[in-house]
Design a protein around this ligand. Structure first.
Ligand code: TXA
Ligand code: MG
Length: 349
């Protein structure tokens, strides 16, 4: 398949390009596009045949439902009912990195919801994405625009790397500013439950309803009696080719341990990357340092995390060592992604 790659600098000058991509969606094709969280791979959510193409292009398991992206808060035609708490969350956080799970109407095909009777819906805070949805005159089902299992793409180059030749069109824009996928809140249960942590933190959600809790299973290694409730959270994910290990503990001990492990690997002719922050960078003398951001502002770490994992692969790393972050605020989302990338391989010091 020939993939049409278009770059949008701003939605006013480049409206024609977005229109072209919208035509592809209308005709049943699949299009990668920017959002504020990560790039998405979209199709007409109401067209079963189009949605099927997403699963094929990504190599995605069919039992993993897609998120429906909308350009307006009026979602009455898509869902059975909107509980008060869901309405409040939408009013406060849309457009933005929050997906809300609600009971679906029959207009949403089973291919999109993976046969569930509920559907995740989100209004992205990205003008290219919103314009694309609007001009498509439908709602767009979109998972992250990566090959299943790989780190999600946060810029157009990474989309091209994974999807060139597999999709009809790739719309390039700016880098994703959040860097991790949306927070998912299941509003079909009472109190609502966070199924995936993201840019909208638990603390922010609790301001709307203090009873909102987080699915206990998502921060632990999946086991027979502890399974995450979002189907997608059970899969191995965000995995670079290199083996990832997290080192967790007090700052000084963490740095000591990482230096010790790096030294051993290098002695054995292995290539090691260290995921670190600007405050600790100077503490490491050996290995390749990959800077995520600043410990003082964890949103910078979230923003660069997936790109850093991919960069380690570009560098041919055999091993990646990552410092752990406090599980607070966006730190919960960062640790969730790191845990999955590491297959829960954590050294506590
Ligand atoms: O930020 C995002 O949400 C990005 C961008 C492109 O918008 N999209 C994204 O989609 O991360 P994806 O497919 O990579 O992740 C969707 C997650 C999966 O874990 C899936 O199992 C869960 O949402 N999900 C979707 N519908 C669900 C439902 N009805 N019930 C429970 N979990 C659901
Ligand atoms: Mg994904």
């Amino acid at each position: 398949m020939r993939t049409n790659i278009v770059v949008v600098n701003n939605i006013f000058d480049d409206q024609e390009k977005i229109k072209e991509a919208a035509e592809v969606i209308k005709e049943g094709g699949i299009v990668a596009f920017p959002t504020e969280t990560v790039y998405g791979l979209g199709a007409d959510a109401l067209n079963e045949e189009s949605v099927k193409k997403i699963f094929i292009a990504k190599g995605r398991p069919q039992d993993n439902p897609l998120i429906v992206h909308v350009a307006s808060k009026n979602i009455d035609s898509l869902v059975e009912s909107i509980p008060e708490v869901a309405q409040k969350l939408m009013d406060k956080f849309w457009p933005g990195p929050l997906t809300i799970i609600l009971k679906k109407k029959d207009i949403i095909p089973n291919m999109t919801s993976a046969n569930l009777d509920s559907i995740g819906i989100r209004m992205p805070n990205d003008e290219i994405a919103l314009k694309l949805i609007e001009l498509s005159e439908t709602v767009i089902a979109a998972p992250s625009a990566n090959i299943s299992g790989r780190p999600s793409p946060t810029d157009v180059q990474r989309c091209i790397e994974d999807l060139d030749g597999k999709v009809d069109c790739i719309v390039g824009g700016h880098k994703s500013i959040i860097g991790v996928e949306s927070t998912i809140v299941d509003c079909t249960v009472n109190p609502p439950l966070v199924l995936r942590p993201g840019g909208i933190t638990l603390e922010m959600l609790k301001e709307v309803n203090p009873r909102i809790e987080i699915d206990k299973a998502i921060m632990k290694k999946p086991s027979e009696n502890l399974k995450p409730k979002a189907p997608g959270m059970k899969y191995r994910h965000y995995a670079p080719k290199a083996k990832v290990t997290i080192i967790s503990g007090e700052r000084k001990k963490t740095i000591e341990k990482i230096n010790e492990i790096v030294h051993n690997y290098i002695d054995n002719n292995k290539k090691v990357c260290i995921l670190t922050v600007e405050e600790h960078e100077h503490e490491y003398k050996e290995g390749t340092k990959i800077l995520l951001g600043s410990i003082k502002d964890l949103s910078t770490v979230a923003q660069n995390l997936f790109e850093a994992l991919r960069k380690c692969d570009d560098l041919g790393a055999d091993f990646i060592l990552a410092e752990a972050y406090e599980e607070k605020g966006v730190g919960i989302a960062i640790m969730n992604r790191l845990n999955k990338a590491a297959g829960f391989d954590i050294i506590k010091v």
